[in-house]
Design a protein around this ligand. Sequence first.
Ligand code: ADP
Length: 170
Amino acid sequence: MTATRLELHAGDITRLAVDAIVNAANGRLIPGGGVDGAINRAAGPELARAMAAHGGCPTGEARITPGFRLPARYVIHTVGPVWHGGGSGEDALLASAYRSSLALALQHGLASIAFPAISTGVYGFPPERAADIAIATVRDWTAAHPGLERVVFCVFGPEAETIYRDRLSS
Ligand code: ADP
């Protein structure tokens, strides 16, 4: 089996025609702002109902719903940690959010998945540190669990793009 390709895409994750896009959701799985709001607006009102049906999601775990009106077939909702200074297990919880999302994609037989920069918006995780964790976690997990063809890091804004471009090229 060939190795999973890691790609960088700059722009709006709601436009990506991948098997699943990942949503940086809150623990109640009630539509919020940021990427969650954008995904819900693009998917239509059925998404909020499908999210609510899960009854919430603990930090570091993930849940799957259809993509409804999105070009992506599925949305994988994961809950990243709120940044409290780094001494409250934030790194491990962020890595867990990536791994849980990848595991759900593989369980559903999906070939491609796109991640936003989880926790780096209103949850306040330092973006460079979050990118290091995101890339290392995806590299390690996909090496140990073959099956996904493509993982896309979807960055929003020039700062995030620079951070990921530097790290993915090394
Ligand atoms: P969190 O609560 O996990 O911090 P946010 O939605 O506030 O989640 O931010 C997570 C990341 O998603 C941020 O880097 C933000 O710039 C990015 N983001 C916001 N809207 C979009 C979008 N439409 N597509 C891709 N990324 C987005």
